[in-house]
Write a protein that binds this ligand. Structure first.
Ligand code: PLP
Length: 440
């Protein structure tokens, strides 16, 4: 019996021992097609020679430097590369160790930005009900997923949650997509006015919602309206691209598809592609200058900030994405995967919606297609599907998510960008086996 404290103490799961391209291999030699890239992490697959070599070289050269040094060569190169690709006036990169730390740091940076400008009243963050921003206390408070927050509620800072942009479930009869997007975006203005504009420091959202709803992009115009509202009231826009960023949606930065530039942008997961734990927070020149010309010190910083080996891995990952055309490949293979899912599962009586961008795809499962009624959560449909798919040799990321307080099951697919057409077939074949077992 191992002394590891696993997250699920009652689950009896195999141990992963090796990775090979899009596959993971367990201790019995069984191969699993990694249809979810872990949790939308492994964008390059599990045996990328370039990233492995970069990590090995860096660990041999300089593994760690902290006190007395501000940055390292790979950290500087990675920051420059990210900024050369980033939209708008995003200008600086603050390195962290993962997604939760990125969103946590974003909240703190928003507060400090306002303080540095002498604005001491702004303390509220607004986020959305259908969201996940991480598992540390600040990030958990920002997330709109009640079941995750419930038991920690007394420990969480007060963050208010407005409606998500979730067209499949919430668009009204006869309402156009555009009008729907404007209507829900205007919830932000209403909430800012309710709290008092002088008290609101930031709004946080995922451009394409991941784990809580299964690859839900906003409708056209939604984020443009959000940007307008933020500008009008001096509220910073924080976009959380921890899951949907780094090429996952067919754009290096997911917000490019929405035509908006945030003030702060959080990335992680695909940045390290699973080879190293790393995240980053990008911010605008204006925010950086407020700190630089003010206290000169951002009051956040963990021991492993800008870790040389982690940033060397991130640099090799981003170079691979750009040099090998893998962001474009995510877009193209994403369309092929979507077409295959529509062909195979479009007519399925329990498949309500097929959606997403690039290789970030969601399948919403419903008890009744006509009324879009979700399954009784007690049935545990998502969990059963995950298990059946896993047994068939496919890893997918099902979630029993909440739809604004109601329940809903979905499957999230986020395979490596090196996925082949044959492997798209393998995903649909194995999903079909799993679906036939769980929802015959
Ligand atoms: N933000 C989003 C959108 C996420 O999907 C996640 C993780 O799933 C996080 C933040 C937290 O990232 P991490 O698990 O690396 O702390």
């Amino acid at each position: 019996m191992s002394h590891v404290f696993p997250r699920h103490t009652k689950a009896n799961l195999p141990t992963a021992v090796a990775g090979d391209g899009c596959y993971l291999i367990d201790a019995n030699g069984k191969r699993y097609l990694d249809g979810s890239g872990g949790a939308a992490v492994s964008c390059l697959g599990h045996s990328d020679a370039g990233v492995i070599a970069a990590v090995q070289e860096q660990v041999g050269k300089l593994a760690f430097a902290h006190t007395g040094f501000l940055t390292s060569e790979p950290a500087e190169a990675l920051a420059d590369l990210l900024i050369s690709q980033a939209p708008g006036d995003l200008d600086r990169v603050y390195f962290v160790s993962g997604g939760s730390e990125a969103t946590e740091a974003a909240i703190k940076l928003a507060r400090q930005y306002h303080l540095e400008r002498g604005d001491t009243t702004r303390r509220h963050v607004i986020a959305r009900r259908q969201s996940y921003h991480g598992n540390t206390l600040g990030a958990l408070a920002a997330g709109g997923n009640e079941w995750r927050r419930q038991q920690f509620a007394p420990l969480l800072i007060d963050i208010s949650h407005i409606a998500p942009c979730y067209e499949y479930v919430d668009r009204g009869e006869g309402e156009s997509s555009y009008d729907y997007g404007q209507r829900v975006a205007n919830d932000l203005e209403a909430e800012i006015l309710r709290l008092g504009p002088e008290t609101v420091m930031a709004f946080m959202a995922e451009p394409v919602v991941g784990a809580t709803s299964g690859a839900v992009p906003a409708v056209e115009g939604y984020f443009k309206r959000i940007r307008e509202i933020c500008d009008q009231y001096g509220v910073l826009l924080i976009l959380d691209e921890v899951m949907c960023g780094m090429g996952r949606t067919g754009h290096l930065f997911a917000c490019e598809a929405d035509g908006v530039v945030p003030d702060i942008l959080c990335i992680a997961k695909g940045l390290g592609a699973g080879y190293q734990p790393i995240g980053a927070m990008l911010c605008s020149r204006q925010i950086y200058e407020a700190i630089e010309s003010g206290s000169g010190f951002f009051q956040h910083g963990h021991t492993y900030i800008g870790h040389p080996v982690a940033t060397a891995a991130g640099l090799a990952v981003v170079r691979a994405l750009l040099d090998r055309g893998l962001v474009q490949r995510s877009a193209e293979m994403g369309e092929k995967l979507h077409a295959a899912l529509v062909a195979r599962f479009g007519p399925h009586p329990h498949v309500g919606d097929l959606r997403g961008r690039g290789l970030f795809r969601g399948i919403e499962l419903v008890a009744d297609r006509e009324s879009k009624t979700p399954f009784d959560p007690g049935l545990g449909v998502a969990g059963k599907l995950k298990k059946a798919a896993f047994e068939a040799g496919l890893i997918c990321y099902p979630m029993a998510g909440t739809r604004d307080g109601r329940n809903g099951d979905h499957i999230l697919l986020a395979p490596p960008f090196i996925l082949s057409e044959d492997q798209i077939g393998e995903i649909t074949d194995k999903l079909e086996i799993a679906l036939a077992q769980v929802l015959p």
